[in-house]
Design a binder for this molecule. Structure first.
Ligand code: ZN
Length: 210
């Protein structure tokens, strides 16, 4: 089934310049707003600002001292776009039986497939599913925070808070006894921020059990 792209854009902007006031006189500015949707833009084609985005026309954002990720304690405090915040890309996800939070590895064709720590043939995990299901344009988290109410992680020093790819396909684990067999992959992919959220920062260095 082909999913139709959701159109949330205003089809026909009606730009009006916002007037500035200088010494009680109205002066034109280069700041415009759309009477229909309320978008703001600066100049003719430069920076566009709407409710949830700052559109730089493909240009980089420079001089940013930091990026604040939303570490939501509930779904309500996370972005409406989903349960994750951070670096999110779209990719072709070809298997996903576990849904949101499933660890994924890259196959020989560049597709993302649910990872399993049984061997390096199904590892390493490079992303977590942000969307359920499979398809060409599924969102995956490559670095950042993901929250799932079904999770129940431990936090603590040493390896206590570390989260690994599990030997159950498409799931994560903190149970290190899963890696005791031959060829098992030991790949930390993040650490628990709380019982139901992790900071996902997958290690590209992993060990296999001899
Ligand atoms: Zn508009």
């Amino acid at each position: 089934m082909v999913e139709k792209e959701k159109r949330t854009e205003c089809y026909k902007h009606k730009w009006i310049p916002l007037l500035g006031i200088d010494k009680k006189k109205s002066v034109p500015t280069s700041l415009f707003t759309c009477l229909r949707c309320g978008d703001l833009k600066v100049g003719v084609q430069t920076i566009k600002i709407s409710q949830f985005r700052l559109d730089m026309g493909g240009l980089p954002i420079n001089s940013v001292a930091g990026v604040n990720l939303i570490n939501g304690s509930s779904v309500d405090t996370l972005p409406t776009s989903g349960p994750a915040s951070g670096l999110i890309i779209t990719a072709n996800v070809t298997t996903n039986s576990q849904g949101i939070g499933a660890p994924l590895y890259v196959d020989i064709s560049g597709n993302l497939i649910e990872a399993n720590a049984l061997s390096s043939a199904t590892s390493p995990c490079v992303a977590l599913a942000v969307d359920t299901g499979t398809g060409a344009n599924k969102r995956v988290l490559v670095h950042g925070i993901l929250r799932l109410s079904a999770w129940n992680w431990a936090t603590g020093p040493g390896t206590l808070s570390l989260v690994y790819v599990s030997t159950t396909t498409g799931t994560l684990t903190q149970n290190k006894t899963e890696f005791s067999g031959t060829d098992r992959v030991i790949q930390p992919v993040g650490w628990a921020l709380s019982a139901d959220s992790i900071y996902f920062a997958p290690s590209m260095i992993y060990l296999t059990h001899v």
